[in-house]
Design a binder for this molecule. Structure first.
Ligand code: ATP
Length: 318
């Protein structure tokens, strides 16, 4: 019995004469949810396709429950029957009823299929034609279509890119429910940190085809190795070593990356750092202030209330 559902061993991909993915290894244990982040062109889709057996590898191998996943060149129709891959460019055949499209892919019992439709929140759409659906509905149907194929690993490429905040929430709930009910393992690729920070157990950061950092989302959020990772995951500021020492008492050899929620305003006279408010931006649960420190360095922090531009403020650690 293999403990890992998925083992990716040192896989690399070359397309034409370009290296698109340098050797990457990872493991997914049952129930684990992995998110892959990186700037556009960093190799996220290529990694997913390589895991799904839809890509030729230059080196390495992918194992699903201990069995090697064949590469694209090894099969007449590339792909693995236990791995579902939902591309950001998925297509639903036009002019069919939703039910017909789903029946065609069904490899589960009628009862299980009904449960999948319920969890994907598409029961009410089964009699619709595929060209009478919203983007969010199409996405959930494409997902259900793959799910009735009974996968154990589900790979999603930018599943939220066309959805509004409400539909995103629905999709995330659907994925959580499905993960629990059907013991499906997820790997998700996304641009938007809001999509997966709360969702993933593990986060992999890619840059120019290389694995930069891997860890749990909260630790990467608060301790990114560099500004690339910091920037991918949200708003940040950089304090120089002396500013950080004034703030925390800790002496570092390098600048410190810090998140807005780690700082707060304080009384000007006694504050370790002083500056002036330059911008106030309403962000729903408060205001994101831009404060220019005495050094000229601009940092961002959250505050409950709006502040007048150019008002003098003190800054301390929260
Ligand atoms: N079929 C192909 N032929 C040539 N180059 C390709 C091909 N597919 C991908 N690439 C290149 O490989 C690199 C990685 O592409 P990939 O689609 O994996 O990136 P990505 O991180 O998913 O990007 P995005 O977020 O824009 O979807 C890019 O530089 C891309 O131009």
């Amino acid at each position: 019995m293999h403990k890992a559902i998925l083992e990716v061993q040192e896989i690399s991909v070359r397309i034409g004469d370009r290296m698109v993915l340098y050797p990457i290894s990872l493991e997914l244990r049952p129930g684990q949810k992995l998110a892959v982040a990186g700037e556009t062109g960093s190799g996220k889709s290529t990694l997913l396709k390589a895991i799904a057996g839809l890509q030729n590898l230059k080196s390495g191998a992918v194992y699903l429950q201990g069995e090697r996943v064949e590469e694209a060149w090894e099969k007449l129709i590339p792909g693995h029957r236990k791995i579902a891959y939902l591309s950001q460019h998925f297509e639903l055949r036009n002019n069919y009823r939703v039910q017909e499209i789903l029946n065609y892919a069904e490899k589960v019992t009628e009862q299980e299929a009904a449960e999948i439709y319920r969890l994907c929140q598409i029961d009410h759409l089964l009699n619709r034609k595929t060209d009478q659906l919203s983007g969010g509905e199409r996405q959930r149907i494409a997902m259900a279509r793959l799910l009735v194929g009974a996968p154990i690993l589900f790979l999603l490429d930018e599943p939220f890119s066309n959805l509004d905040a409400l539909h995103k929430q629905t999709m995330k709930q659907v994925m959580l429910d499905l993960g629990k009910a059907m013991q499906i393992n997820w790997v998700l690729v996304s641009h938007d940190p809001g999509d997966w920070l709360s969702w993933a157990d593990e986060l992999l950061i890619l840059r120019e085809g290389r694995q930069l950092q891997k860890g749990n989302p909260a630790s990467l959020f608060y301790a990114p190795e560099d500004e690339y990772t910091a920037g991918l995951l949200g708003t940040y500021s950089v304090l120089n070593a002396s500013e950080w020492e004034q703030l925390s008492g800790e002496r570092l050899e390098f600048p410190k990356i810090i998140r807005p929620a780690q700082l707060q305003l304080s009384t000007v006279n006694t504050a370790p750092l002083k500056g002036y408010v330059k911008e106030t931006e309403f962000v729903g649960y408060g205001y994101l202030l831009t404060v220019e420190l005495e050094s000229g360095n601009r940092i961002k922090l959250f505050h409950q209330d709006a502040c007048q531009p150019d008002s003098p403020v003190g800054v301390q650690l929260r």
